[in-house]
Design a protein around this ligand. Structure first.
Ligand code: HEC
Ligand code: HEC
Ligand code: HEC
Ligand code: HEC
Ligand code: HEC
Ligand code: HEC
Ligand code: HEC
Length: 277
């Protein structure tokens, strides 16, 4: 499994521009600021990642060599972290990359700065709840060592953009759907299928947790509830369970809807309209 196609999706997401009249943009920004200050207060904000012997230099120092990133950063979700002034030096680029004075002095040596794509530790520093999700029994394998000593198979940046646009790839107004991020690594679920399951039009996250879950296959619910939230049908005769117009009374006791012999092809089927295989 490779992350390359996900990169391509990201470029799609980056290609978009919101066109809002200036006055409107200011109003939106003000509302967003007020709304965000509430949202932010529910999160645990802790010290930025530390690099031995290094000091904070402030985000402006990065522009000298990384103009391609600093120029576009203003519309990134995490641009809200930025603030002006001496006291706010450590919030901005260095809240994810660590104090960077050694990096700047060395002219850009790699070992002097943190690249979170090799270790999610810096993200977890602020998003503690997400660390919890990745600690559940079934989770995407993102764990890496400090300063990226071990290579994880999946990184936060496979599904999230850090430098431009919405952090959640494919969310909101993006041309590509959120599911395209997933099928970049899971092509078997992409289709096209002769008999598609319309549920997938709502994205993968109607049935799967993106980070981690107590349930196998990262499912949102462990049993047929994952299906019944859409396929619930009012019962007309007592003692009879109808699903999709068919009597399922004796069938439900045999296992989940997606057990062997039932609807195994939950993502779509090439051969069976009832998604049996
Ligand atoms: C003097 C120029 C210069 C300045 C200033 C500079 N960088 Fe760099 N940076 C580089 C160069 C060159 C590389 C590429 C090194 C390589 O690929 O071997 C780099 C690479 C990086 C990397 C990738 C490291 C990796 O292991 O993949 C990060 C992250 C980074 N810089 C962040 C920053 C941040 C944050 C700032 C501002 C605080 C900053 N840089 C300021 C020159 C600079
Ligand atoms: C929310 C955390 C976060 C913030 C804030 C952040 N970055 Fe990054 N940065 C990342 C991640 C994750 C990667 C690796 C994956 C990627 O490229 O998206 C990265 C990679 C980099 C790289 C190396 C790869 C490349 O694309 O050249 C540089 C240089 C860099 N960042 C500079 C910056 C600068 C400059 C800023 C401030 C304007 C900044 N970053 C702000 C998370 C962040
Ligand atoms: C210094 C603290 C800090 C660090 C480090 C940080 N974040 Fe965030 N992150 C925030 C805050 C605060 C918000 C909320 C911003 C907002 O809503 O305006 C946020 C928002 C997000 C969102 C979007 C949530 C939404 O509902 O749209 C994602 C996704 C995200 N961060 C991922 C990451 C990843 C991945 C990393 C590491 C590369 C990271 N963050 C590092 C503080 C941080
Ligand atoms: C496999 C793709 C994927 C990976 C890997 C991933 N995320 Fe997410 N993340 C998502 C999706 C999709 C959402 C939107 C959730 C939804 O729509 O229900 C999300 C939502 C979020 C949010 C905002 C909503 C919330 O639950 O608070 C944060 C913060 C976040 N992710 C941080 C991270 C961090 C930090 C990492 C790395 C340790 C990471 N994510 C790795 C796909 C991913
Ligand atoms: C960067 C590649 C990558 C991306 C993007 C990605 N995944 Fe994964 N996914 C993996 C890897 C690697 C595993 C672990 C496979 C293993 O352990 O054999 C995995 C495991 C899973 C599993 C569990 C499979 C099982 O057999 O139990 C599910 C379900 C899943 N991913 C769904 C998603 C969804 C939904 C998204 C989008 C929100 C997504 N993935 C995005 C790489 C990715
Ligand atoms: C209607 C609910 C539903 C949706 C939507 C859905 N899945 Fe699944 N997925 C399941 C169920 C149920 C399983 C477990 C099947 C099993 O245990 O046999 C599963 C299993 C998986 C697995 C493990 C391998 C396998 O096929 O058993 C992967 C990977 C996966 N899904 C990825 C995705 C991706 C990517 C998307 C979005 C394109 C997606 N799923 C959308 C219900 C769904
Ligand atoms: C997000 C809503 C949603 C979820 C969740 C969902 N489905 Fe569906 N499903 C649909 C829609 C919409 C259709 C197409 C219309 C219809 O036939 O009811 C469909 C069709 C089907 C069909 C084809 C019916 C036929 O014979 O034409 C089967 C079988 C099916 N779903 C099984 C499942 C199973 C098994 C699960 C749980 C893993 C599940 N669905 C979860 C929305 C959903």
């Amino acid at each position: 499994m490779r992350a390359r196609p996900v990169e391509e999706n990201r470029r799609f997401a980056r290609g978009r521009r919101m066109i809002v009249p200036l006055g409107g943009a200011c109003a939106v920004a003000l509302v967003a600021f007020v709304a965000n200050s509430c949202a932010v207060s529910t999160r645990t904000i802790v010290a930025p990642p530390q690099i031995a012997g290094a000091e904070f230099v402030g985000s402006e120092a990065c522009a000298d060599c990384h103009e391609n990133i600093t120029d576009r950063f203003h519309n990134a979700t995490h641009a809200n972290l930025m603030a002006a002034g001496e006291n706010a030096k450590d919030i901005g680029c260095e809240s994810c990359h660590g104090a960077s004075s050694l990096h700047v002095e060395s002219g850009g040596e790699r070992a002097t700065v943190i690249n979170p794509s090799r270790s999610p530790a810096t993200c977890f520093g602020c998003h503690l709840d997400i660390r919890g999700a990745f600690s559940l029994p079934h989770a995407h394998p993102v764990t890496g060592g400090p300063l990226g000593t071990t290579t994880a198979r999946v990184s936060c940046s496979d599904c999230h953009a850090s430098h431009e646009g919405p952090a959640i790839l494919g969310g909101g107004l993006a041309i590509e759907s959120e599911a395209d991020t997933c099928t970049g690594c899971h092509p078997a679920q992409r289709g096209p299928f002769v008999f598609e399951h319309e549920a997938l039009r709502e994205g993968c996250t109607v049935c799967h947790q993106p980070h981690g879950s107590v349930n196998a296959a990262l499912l949102t619910e462990r049993d047929s509830t994952v299906c019944m939230k859409c396929h619930f049908q009012e019962q007309t005769a007592p003692g009879t369970i109808l699903i999709g117009g068919r009597d399922h009374t004796s069938l439900l006791a045999r296992g989940t809807c997606f057990s062997t012999g039932c609807h195994e092809a939950v993502h779509g089927s090439q051969v069976n309209s009832s998604l049996r295989y």
